[in-house]
Design a protein around this ligand. Sequence first.
Ligand code: PLP
Length: 510
Amino acid sequence: MLPAVIDALPQAPERGRAFLDDRRPPTPCLVIDLDTVRESHTRLREALPEARLYYAVKANPAPEIVRQLARAGAGFDVAGREEIELCLDQGARPETISYGNTVKKARDVLFAFKVGVRRFTFDSAADLANLAEHAPGSTVSCRILVDSSGSRTPFGQKFGCVPDMAVELLVRAAELGLDPEGVAFHVGSQHLDPHAWDAGIAAAAEVTRAVAERGVLLRGLNIGGGLPGRYRDEPLPLSAYVSAIRESVGRHFAVPPDLAFEPGRALVADAGVIRSEVVLVSRKADTDERRWVYLDIGRYGGMAETENEAIAYRLATAHDGTPDGPAIIAGPTCDGDDVLYQRTPYRLPLALRAGDYVDILSTGAYTQSYSSVSFNGFPPLKTYFVGGEPDEVGEFAGRHVLAEFSGVSPKLLNDAAFLCESLERALDKAGATVCDMTFKQFEPQGVTVLALLSESHASIHSYPERGSVFVDVFTCGRRADPELAVQLLRDMLGASVAITNTIHRGQEDR
Ligand SMILES: Cc1ncc(COP(=O)(O)O)c(C=O)c1O
């Protein structure tokens, strides 16, 4: 792809702001332009075609984003069970998922392995043992510690181990029957220096050589995230980063490794715009030059990355171009820390008044999922979506299985706990995701169990006096198998007779 195309600037603020002007939803709110997400994905893929791309779901876990990216063929870097379920629910295949968090519960590894995830990153002997036990034979990378202090949001010492330890652990991984793929590292998020990846790539090449001397051949290199979004400090064009990375890999590795990268911010930041409203403009003294501008969004409403003023967002108002003056920008809560910018010099129009909008640009990453559930009574940040491919028939389409089992023990049919547990287990084994479950025990007998699924719903109504039970399982999409759920439930209840009927919804020729 030509650099001019790779480096094209996203259109999101215009499309997102047009939506906000037209629809005027209550503020604060975030608008994500799914077309920009898709364009960013295409640009990144074409800029670094030799690398597998795993979207770091952490950056924005909105199902709409994950769905678009799954359809576009992206892979996913996930932190745990919930993000795995999210990706699978949105159509990702397990083999495109990389479990990149080095801090994992054994049961989450087990879950990942059970649903087919086979790629993991680790940075410790204990987690390696965890993987060997619960994800046998899987492909693993060892994350090394790199200096991320040059990034806007560094990781400190939390992730990775020193290269010498990585050598030992990767050799041990092979001894444990795992498939050691290579080294992973992350330069810290929002890195503006295109040469920031060089030290990690050099260290990874050293580890790869040392491991080879011990008879284990690594083939991969995961260069993590760190590619920047467009905030007040404008990044260089994308082509500058990928050329520096490619050049560095060529210089340090004798044999080109299979590259992988995990962009989060670079995929979604520029796709978002937050519209906020000015609540109050004031001064602390008549002589103060700087005004305090209080918005209806703050640190706890999704602007978490303004902590230490790490990320300085670009702002836009309807008064732009008119005379301005210095401003301290703060959030709406009664918390003293809820100040967005007091050291970073911001100027806002002097005409700005309560009720005016302030649009916060490139806010698609690390915002909505950071917003608190109700700190000081403020609700979480609402997201609207524009653009994107319309949902395919496949996701609407589903199977509705209606069944009646007879010959079931009346005792079991009056046991609400047993029925709930059986339904949940059957649904789980059949690939459905239970979001919520409730039941009602009737007098003198009979139980109703209702399950809300990511894919739709399921229910049981028992008639102990007749030894029968009615079951209905409806799932949309292709992942869950409602017929299997019904069959498993029949086995669990020990029914002698079953009458089942399957209705296909949204599928042709049925
Ligand atoms: C393991 C891992 N990979 C990728 C990312 C995404 O980084 P970025 O948003 O800087 O691209 C993160 C974010 O912190 C991460 O922890």
